[in-house]
Design a protein around this ligand. Structure first.
Ligand code: UTP
Length: 271
């Protein structure tokens, strides 16, 4: 049963500078709604009950966004505006699900995941990278179905332009399970065009096994000096842990770059 999700939010967001010099990118509005709320709605619809946010002191505004009760109560008392009441109720619903852990030095996604170790209860958990929005399909929900069917870890996947492979985790295809699902043989973080085993990239949705923590504890920094979750996954694959690549049917929006962020608002406004 996948009931817990973790969301790493402690990165610097340098690709969205200057906005991110004072603002958490996950709170930036996409068609009038903070990006992180799309991610939380995806979790709720997929049956997730607990969400762990990995933040840093620099991104404390994310916590403040969800824990601003006295402000709302005062405003509602004064204004009695039904819209504000509705918005506050929504925030309260999110707040009930969220716990916070801290990663004050952005040492990489693997290090961020390690911070959640003592909170993970079940054998598998979901991880969502909030820069990656997937619309028109609840990717997490589909992946949970795949996990149940094959009793394995799962990663969201899509084909990318061969010229851009060095921006992604790229994997080598294993056995075909059905039209959308394949076992993964190897996964390499940000390979060069020459060393990339394919043009199949891992996108920011993962169903990970709890035993990944035993790898992360020992994990040395990899590409760019960061501790990558991909490297821990590769160690597990090498030890015959099963990872399925799920080629999702929704539309991927990259909200972590300025061009992608602007485009995501346009795409979502068309829904
Ligand atoms: P990225 O490296 O893609 O994004 O991390 P970033 O660091 O936020 O932004 P850029 O690259 O400087 O523009 C992917 C996800 O992992 C989180 C980020 O917050 C993002 O959601 N992350 C990354 C952490 O929580 N901790 C880290 O040490 C690194």
């Amino acid at each position: 049963m996948i009931k817990q999700a973790i969301i790493p939010l402690a990165g610097l967001g340098t690709r969205l500078l200057p906005l991110t010099s004072v603002f958490a990118k996950e709170l930036l509005p996409i068609n009038g709604k903070p990006g992180i709320e799309y991610i939380l709605d995806e979790c709720i619809e997929a049956g997730i009950k607990d969400v762990i946010f990995i933040i840093s002191q620099k991104k404390i505004m994310i916590k403040n966004y969800f824990f601003n009760d006295s402000f709302y109560k005062k405003i509602i008392k004064k204004k009695k505006d039904p819209r504000i009441v509705k918005e506050y109720k929504k925030i309260l619903k999110y707040k009930k699900m969220i716990k916070f852990v801290y990663q004050n030095k952005p040492l990489g996604t693997g290090d961020a995941v390690l911070k959640t170790k003592k909170f993970i209860k079940n054998k598998f958990f979901l991880m969502l990278l909030p820069d990656d929005l997937i619309i028109k399909q609840n990717c997490s929900k589909s992946m949970i179905k795949v996990h149940k069917r094959f009793n394995s870890s799962v990663m969201a996947s899509m084909n990318v332009n061969k010229k851009t492979v060095s921006r992604w985790g790229i994997y080598k295809l294993g056995k075909k399970l059905d039209k959308r699902n394949y076992f993964i043989k190897d996964v390499i973080e940000k390979p060069s065009i020459k060393t990339a085993p394919s043009n199949k990239a891992v996108i920011g949705r993962y169903i990970l096994p709890k035993n990944i923590f035993s790898k992360l504890i020992k994990q040395k920094p990899g590409k760019g000096g960061e501790i990558h979750i991909t490297d821990a996954i590769q160690s597990l694959i090498k030890e015959k842990n099963r990872f399925v690549a799920h080629n999702f049917s929704g539309k991927y929006l990259d909200c972590g770059s300025m061009h992608g962020y602007i485009k995501s608002t346009l795409e979502i406004s068309k829904l």
